[in-house]
Design a protein around this ligand. Structure first.
Ligand code: OGA
Ligand code: MN
Length: 278
């Protein structure tokens, strides 16, 4: 989520904020420019609030378009298919993901995710880093929400009666440090350990992408832990099309609720008091 997904072909908020024409690697650029203080508010990685992959969500119209589509990461596609199968949903096809990067003052307002054509498929939501309070409501705002704590490593699945309900993230909370160690404690045995050469890395390790393997040498993992200690990452994966579908243009688009279509806003539900997003 930090080393690969903020880079092309993903679309990110950074494309709207700064000139990205010479930036191919958001983390390494941030590392170079920020020295030992990667969590300063001006570093590129700290300005990152969202990245979209596969079908790139268009925030203003709240819709997906066939022309705005890139390759979905194949390892994440496989992982999601497996996770969906554990709840009895077979052949899940991950076609889009929004990766949300929250800092401690970040939140997400109440909303329903209705822009996908297929609402029978589950929505898979992965949490990493700091904790979140998550409110899960009903089909209208009249339903009193239940409050859940989402911790690093949790996968929250919105499926069936839950798929189209209102939900929100009103608060990010500090995580228990012990529960975070797996995010950044890269000991000698870890395939991610920075001092290993690519030959020494287990080539069978399924979760190391080629790009990451090549750049691993340059990553300063100490800075990575600095970042995770003030960030929550949520990877929100969705199937867009019904089984067998190939083009979104073949289907009527869900109507965009006008209240959420403020022209010029990058996102009407992503809030962060540290930074305006328009
Ligand atoms: C979303 C979403 C929830 C979270 O991206 O649509 O609801 O836990 N994210 O961050
Ligand atoms: Mn949502």
């Amino acid at each position: 989520c930090v080393l690969d997904y903020p880079n092309k072909p993903s679309k990110t908020i950074l494309d709207n904020l700064v000139d990205m024409s010479n930036v191919s690697d958001v983390w390494l650029t941030s590392q170079k420019e920020s020295g030992s203080n990667i969590t300063n508010k001006d570093s590129l990685i700290m300005k990152l609030r969202w990245a979209t992959m596969g079908y790139n969500y268009e925030w203003n119209s709240r819709a997906y378009y066939d022309e705005m589509k890139s390759q979905f990461p194949s390892d994440l596609h496989e992982l999601c298919r497996f996770i969906a199968s554990t709840i009895g949903y077979h052949n899940f096809s991950a076609e889009t993901a929004i990766v949300n990067y929250y800092h401690m003052s970040g939140d997400m307002g109440p909303h329903k995710d209705i822009s996908e054509i297929d609402h029978d498929a589950p929505l898979l939501s992965f949490s990493f880093g700091q904790d979140a309070l998550f409110l899960l409501g009903g089909l209208t705002k009249a339903t009193k929400p239940v409050c859940l704590s989402l911790h690093s490593g949790d996968v929250c699945i919105m499926y069936g009666d839950c798929r189209l309900v209102y939900h929100a993230v009103p608060r990010i909370l500090s995580a228990d440090k012990d529960n975070l160690k797996h995010c950044y404690n890269f000991n000698e045995d870890s395939p991610y350990h920075g001092n290993k050469t690519s030959e020494e890395n287990d080539p069978k390790s399924p979760d190391v992408s080629e790009g990451l393997a090549a750049r691993r040498q340059e990553v300063q993992w100490g800075l990575f832990s600095q970042y995770v200690q003030c960030t929550r990452i949520n990877m929100n994966v969705r199937q867009v099309l019904p089984p067998g579908g190939t083009n979104i243009a073949d289907y009527p688009q869900p109507v965009c609720p006008s209240v959420n279509c403020k022209t010029g806003k990058t996102s009407s539900i992503h809030n962060d008091t540290e930074q305006t997003q328009s």
